[in-house]
Design a protein around this ligand. Structure first.
Ligand SMILES: [Ca+2]
Ligand SMILES: [Ca+2]
Length: 338
């Protein structure tokens, strides 16, 4: 009886809007324990939240899909534009050129405290030229688009009639219906020795053993789907969410009455990097880790993991996917406000 009722509710929700039919899948929504107390401080504390059901892209947005958007609109991405000197008062003039961050592995082990050892701001790198002016995306149609800054992914979502997920929605979707599991597929990183996502094996950043078959991005859906049928939530590329970054999660609600519904992250004013007082670029939450996440450096290939990314930053390991909220969800969100 209970099951039947649940099914008819989700059918009612789904029927409020026709299935988008372009590779989106329905995630039913519910209450879950968001975050983790077992890893990095920014993932804590574990706390219960509720999200309403929504449609979500089955995979990250691919180069093929992004090209369609650019061809239809003539959109120019942030990485293709010359930076405005007023926006970057501390930049040396010769650095004010169009470009993006490209992972450039060093030849030997380096001090893991200095990310400049493996990231290069490459002039002329952008979504069509992911590794610099002499590279291209021929043969990469089914790979996730990369080198997209926040306003680029917002523009794509708007054009597609979609939205970006909140962190709570993204994490719920990534968990695939598993309550409290470490990974999107269970509690073991490589169950039975099987690689479940495109991450990094070996000593980051100089030694990539490629046991999962991929040095950089991989074609979407090259690895198994999670419980909701979604691919590449973990690994391959980090994914933008709509939420402003906060240092840690809010504490758990003391009673069931007070579980946050469709939470929208912290205020923009708290998203800035406290260690860098000169930078006034606010930061959004990235989720899921990428092909550069390695056990010895960044164990962020888990649904609870999160990373702060300035909205003007694009890189060779950051992409996105979109969602579509049902009419039911949109109403709740609007009524609650910020
Ligand atoms: Ca890999
Ligand atoms: Ca991903």
């Amino acid at each position: 009886m209970g099951l039947v009722e649940e099914k008819s509710l989700s059918q009612r929700e789904q029927s409020l809007e026709a299935p988008p039919g372009d590779g989106m899948l329905y995630v039913p929504g519910g209450s879950y324990r968001m975050g983790s107390d077992r890893h990095y401080p920014e993932e804590a504390p574990v706390h219960r939240v509720t999200v309403d059901g929504f449609w979500i892209d089955r995979t990250p947005v691919t180069n093929r899909q992004f090209r369609k958007f650019v061809n239809a609109t003539g959109y120019v991405t942030f990485a293709e534009l010359t930076p405005n000197a007023e926006d970057y008062p501390n930049a040396r003039p010769h650095m004010l050129k169009a470009g993006s961050l490209v992972f450039t592995p060093p030849k030997q082990a380096v001090d893991l405290r200095y990310w400049g050892e493996w990231w290069t701001f490459k002039f002329g790198a952008n979504w069509r030229r992911p590794y610099g002016p002499r590279s291209n995306i021929s043969g990469l149609d089914d790979h996730p688009v990369v080198h997209v800054a926040y306003r680029d992914v917002e523009a794509y979502a708007k054009w597609a009639g979609k939205e970006l997920p909140t962190e709570a929605e993204w994490e719920f979707a990534a968990r695939g219906g598993l309550e409290g599991a470490e990974f999107a597929w269970g509690d073991e990183l490589t169950p039975g020795g099987k690689h479940m996502a495109n991450i990094w094996q070996g000593d980051f950043p100089h030694q990539n053993l490629l046991s999962d078959g991929f040095e950089r991005t991989s074609p979407v859906a090259a690895f198994p789907a999670n419980g909701y049928g979604l691919h590449d939530m973990i690994g391959n590329v980090w994914e933008w969410t709509a939420d402003w970054y906060s240092q840690k999660h809010d504490a758990d609600a003391p009673k069931a009455c007070c579980i946050p519904q469709n939470p929208r992250g912290g205020p923009q004013s708290e998203s800035y990097d406290a260690r860098d007082l000169t930078s006034r670029i606010p930061r959004k939450v990235l989720k899921g880790g990428s092909h550069l996440c390695a056990p010895n450096y960044c164990r962020r290939y888990r649904p609870a993991a999160r990373h702060a990314e300035p909205i003007d930053t694009s890189a060779s390991h950051v992409g996105f996917r979109c969602i579509r909220r049902t009419a039911f969800t949109s109403n709740v969100t609007e009524a609650k406000g910020e």
